[in-house]
Design a binder for this molecule. Structure first.
Ligand code: NAP
Length: 282
């Protein structure tokens, strides 16, 4: 049995963290592969000092690594001794791997989102529109560039934040009030705002100018079919939901810490959908 008598330990650090689906994803893969391992949610209060203390503690316990979620993705990069190009360019990390040389920061949100899009279509040369300019938008912009998307427009409620991303990554700035018009030129539209999430207002956007060939992605996964995805599917657009990104980013972490080939498949998806329903989040 991989992990032997000493279980492999990993986890997710965030605040809050109890809602995370990652422990269930990793436990499922560990069980399937017969790996002696545990993936544990670790609640770490918001400050950098608390984060650093929390990371020191899990390293003392022998953790192989942790995923990092809100509000610690930038703290993870600061805490690390070294970082991948992806994490450095994104300015944030969702993975810390602990080894003899120290803590290594990586960002599998980028490859996770790219893998989710690749499941539906190949997009080299395409035009994309990103809505939102938070941490996830940075990962999505890098993923789209890695996929060979030729032109990326970005719109965000707070214009300065979209402007900063546009400057950093060579994107084109679109006004938030012009988002519906900007759909006309897009082959791929990605919502990276928290609008549409349970408990948040919906994303108000008029889809009538969007091509029917365009792909619409939403990285929000609770509910799984956001009002945006529902409206897009109803007019015949292909959609990519936030669960695909979540499962794929988890796969990179699982391979790194537990080993083996974690499958992102229908069985895993069905189990996560059941769990979201059980929690009343769909
Ligand atoms: P963030 O850094 O806090 O950014 C939030 C974004 O939402 C900003 O662009 C913000 O605009 C926008 N926003 C929030 N309320 C708004 C409103 N009322 N009107 C217009 N825009 C609004 O968060 P994040 O880390 O990027 O995460 C964003 C979402 O992605 C979350 O729902 C998160 O759960 C999800 N996510 C999913 C995955 C996955 O694997 N599926 C991975 C990462 C994140 P302003 O700049 O104007 O405030």
């Amino acid at each position: 049995m991989a992990g032997g008598h000493h279980p492999i330990l990993a986890g997710i650090a965030g605040w809050p963290v109890a809602h995370s689906l990652s422990p269930l994803i990793h436990a499922t893969w560990a069980k399937r592969a017969g790996i002696n391992g545990y993936y544990i949610p670790v609640a770490v209060p918001p400050s950098y000092e608390e984060f650093a203390r929390g990371m020191d503690a899990v390293r003392t316990l022998g953790f192989a690594g942790v995923n990092v979620t809100i509000p610690h993705k930038e703290h993870a990069l600061r805490y690390a001794d070294a970082a991948s190009d992806a994490a450095a360019r994104a300015g944030a990390a969702n993975m810390l791997t602990f080894g003899a040389e120290g803590a290594f920061a990586d960002n599998s949100d980028i490859a996770g989102f790219a893998a989710a899009v690749r499941e539906k279509s190949s997009v080299p040369g395409a035009s994309a529109l990103i809505l939102g300019a938070g941490g996830a938008a940075r990962a999505v912009a890098l993923a789209l560039q890695n996929l060979g998307v030729a032109r990326i427009d970005i719109a965000n409620r707070t214009r300065e934040k979209a402007g900063a991303l546009a400057k950093a990554f060579g994107l084109s700035l679109v006004g938030w009030s012009d988002r519906s018009e900007a759909l006309a030129g897009a082959d791929l539209v990605v919502n990276t705002t928290s609008l549409g999430m349970s408990g948040e207002p919906p994303l108000h956007i008029d889809l009538s100018l969007m091509r029917t060939s365009a792909i619409v992605a939403d990285i929000v996964y609770s509910p799984l079919e956001t009002p945006l995805l529902k409206a897009a599917a109803a007019r015949g657009n292909r959609t990519v939901d936030g669960l695909s990104m979540l499962m794929h980013q988890a796969g990179f972490a699982f391979r790194q810490w537990f080993g083996g080939e974690p499958a992102v498949d229908d069985e895993l998806r069905a189990m996560l959908v059941d769990e979201l329903k059980r929690r009343g989040r769909m």
